[in-house]
Design a protein around this ligand. Sequence first.
Ligand code: CMC
Length: 431
Amino acid sequence: MTETKKSATLSLDGKTYELPIFSPTAGPDVLDIRKLYAQAGVFTYDPGFTSTASCDSTITYIDGNEGILLHRGYPIDQLASKSHYLEVCYLLLYGELPTATQLEDFETRVTRHTMVHEQMHNFFRGFRRDAHPMATLVGVVGAMSAFYHDSTDISDPWQREVAAIRLIAKLPTIAAMAYKYSIGQPFVYPRNDLDYAANFLHMCFSVPAEDYNVNPILSRAMDRIFTLHADHEQNASTSTVRLASSSGANPFACIAAGIACLWGPAHGGANQACLEMLKEIGSVDRIPEFIARAKDKNDPFRLMGFGHRVYKNTDPRAKVLKQSADEVLELLGVEDNPLLQVAKELERTALNDPYFIEKKLFPNVDFYSGIILEAMGFPTSMFTPIFALSRTVGWISQWKEMIADPQNKIGRPRQLYLGETARDYVDIEKR
Ligand code: CMC
């Protein structure tokens, strides 16, 4: 963060206050209001953090107007086409692309941690079979702090590193176990001879009774979905992880908090909601009816997979996924998949509709991911767990950055209180 010579002047009750301005390496300038309350006795008001930078960060940059997403400076489309998920994990965690030796060492460290404590199998068995896999995931990841005590001391850099590797390595195993549990099949142990994405598909779709060979095109598409979801700056779940961690909570508890936040339909739950919406629309001729509902102020319905707090242009991840959807469906011989036809026509209609144009509502990452995941054989309930396992590296990278920041202090927003002022207690018989 570099302080410029610039400052803003606030006039209040006949006094003036100078607010320093920070200039980022990219993006809008930021007013520093940290001393405002001490000096002027006022708070700022910004529900939903629409104008507030909650931290400084060097990990991810988004230009929502231009539809740009950079990780450590590298554009997401280049990473999606030229790199792969574990390399992107290294980049997010350590700040630079790895050398061949660094990458090999990192991949070995991750693959050596893919198994979970055997006792966790019993822990899983406490859940109902029909539990949503996200519910199971929140519980099991939270419980990791009960299984891996030796990496919960956040003041120890070695423990922090082990916790980060464990989370990245074990989340696919736990997500796959949640899936297997929900369909009544035995858990499948990880295979360290497979790459990260292929191993995940193997743990989800193989059964002990038969051989299962992962199709390399599908594992590449899976890896691309992981890569596209790896980090997204200070979104709701990442901010949740940072806020939870600001109290000094252990990393497993913080990531469980992030997973809980991600589950909501306005955030990571939108991929499930989007596919369910496409199914409900069902055919191209019903699109006008749903577009009309999305525009109706008296109807709470929204087009799932459309709109974004930051992107006021096409989400660059959606562009890559649209192409991936075509490739995967062609490979599987289902190019004429009716859901894809509905999705493409819905996108075309919305992009030409004055309501969506005026409000700058474009397809987001969740618009096409569900079509690919469904074609691969995942039920809709697994879409958000897949988002969660992909995003774990982003949460952990942001958590690491925050813990290492000497300015780190507990997050404690203030409020605009509109309730009653002090009043005397009234005995129950007098109310
Ligand atoms: N369909 C119809 N209208 C919409 C939609 C939509 N999907 N999204 C926003 N609007 C309208 C909204 O009604 C409002 O209209 P008005 O100004 O007349 O009141 C205007 O656009 C601005 O919406 P907002 O809710 O104030 O914007 P926000 O930045 O608070 O919300 C959002 C962003 C992503 C929650 C919202 O666009 C949405 O609910 N989209 C559908 C859910 C979705 O796809 N979420 C995934 C986001 S990307 C992945 C992730 O973050 O996990």
